[in-house]
Design a protein around this ligand. Structure first.
Ligand code: ATP
Ligand code: BTN
Length: 325
């Protein structure tokens, strides 16, 4: 961590050259200190051009998050949200889990410009990049226990699809239990960490990563087909607007979920499922796999698949779904 790196990156976000001398003067430090801060940015994978006589520059302009724009996009319910914009954090989920333990309020949201250790399910890595990814977590406190939250990640998927539709992205679908796909390529992922007792009260930290405009070299680091908002939207969508729109729909869906559970959302979820009535392979934690056809989803988010052995039920925790062409 270098406390000057992000203040400098905020200056460089315009994509223009800024001389080391001008930056040093602005921050009241030496040019060597500016150079060290730039080197820290590079260690985070951020490319910074350094040209003698002209200074430092990012390869292109980037739109950093603007808290007021996020709140505007949330609309009338903005007062509910305790929004924190972080420059650099290991993982917004880890950060908010710790904050939740320390008493962070209901509907706290942490969004990060950079995650240095973004997590997927089961210890997998979530790849993101400055100005190119939206990475945030939302803390939602429930009166009920964690046992009643089994359909939660599916409900969150609905909120993401509704938000994308509001932004005119109609091609997004869900893959059980927690991925958002466009043309079978992953656009977004959901990771839910829970704390509290099985019989209540409990707290969920809902982490969402959405690819916004990933550079080619970042896409190449992802070991499955991935896509970003830039390639699925006809218009430019600002990250702050995207975040505000998603948060608005999340609050809506979560309120419904806490009152009625997943059951009232089930038909909508099925209508978004990329593999409804399709042949799939279910990958089990012990390395075995089972083939079958997706029939339905139960009110607790369990997937029902017709297999050679009859109807089988799969719960999200340790199981992955793969389509069969
Ligand atoms: P499943 O959810 O079906 O178990 P998954 O392979 O999507 O399978 P997750 O844990 O949901 O696994 O997501 C983590 C995976 O997502 C990583 O292992 C990687 O393959 C992929 N991934 C990582 N970063 C990104 C990204 N920015 N965009 C798309 N996919 C990514
Ligand atoms: C997945 O597809 O497995 C879930 C990916 C979730 C990524 C988001 S990015 C914000 C939040 N912080 C994390 O470390 N992970 C989630």
């Amino acid at each position: 961590m270098n406390t000057l790196t992000f203040p400098i990156l905020h200056q460089l976000a315009d994509g223009q050259f800024h001389s080391g001398e001008a930056l040093a003067k602005q921050f009241g430090v030496t040019r060597a200190t500016i150079w060290n801060a730039i080197r820290h940015a590079e260690s985070l994978g951020i490319e910074v051009f350094s040209v003698r006589g002209r200074g430092y520059k990012l390869p292109y302009a980037i739109a950093l998050l603007d808290k007021e724009k996020v709140l505007q996009a949330i609309g009338i319910e903005r007062e509910w949200f305790h929004l924190e914009v972080l420059d650099e954090v290991v993982s917004t989920n880890t950060y908010l889990m710790k904050a939740a333990t320390n008493g962070a309020p209901h509907v706290s949201c942490a969004v990060a410009h950079i995650q240095t250790g973004g997590r997927g399910r089961r210890g997998r890595t979530w790849v993101s990049h400055l100005g190119a990814s939206l990475t945030f977590s939302l803390l939602w406190r429930f009166d009920c226990g964690a046992a009643a939250l089994s359909g939660l990640s599916l409900a969150v998927g609905i909120a993401l699809i509704r938000a994308l539709r509001e932004l005119d992205i109609d091609t997004a679908q869900l893959k059980w239990p927690n991925d958002v796909l466009v043309d079978n390529q992953k656009l977004a992922g959901i990771l839910i960490d829970l704390q509290g007792d099985m019989d209540g009260p409990s707290a969920a930290v809902i982490g969402v990563g959405i690819n916004v405009d990933l550079p080619k070299q970042v896409l190449e680091r992802i070991d499955q087909p991935a896509i970003d908002i830039k390639h699925v939207s006809l218009v430019n969508i600002d990250q702050s607007q995207l975040l505000g729109t998603v948060l608005k729909h999340l609050a809506d869906v979560l309120r419904h979920f806490e009152q009625h559970g997943f059951i009232g959302l089930r038909d909508e979820w099925l209508s978004y499922h990329a593999y409804h009535n399709q042949s799939v392979r279910m990958l089990l934690p012990d390395g075995r796999d089972v083939e079958g056809k997706v029939i339905a989803v139960a009110e607790d988010g369990i997937l029902l698949v017709e297999t050679a052995l009859g109807l089988q039920r799969f719960s999200a925790g340790e199981i992955s779904l793969r389509g069969i062409k």
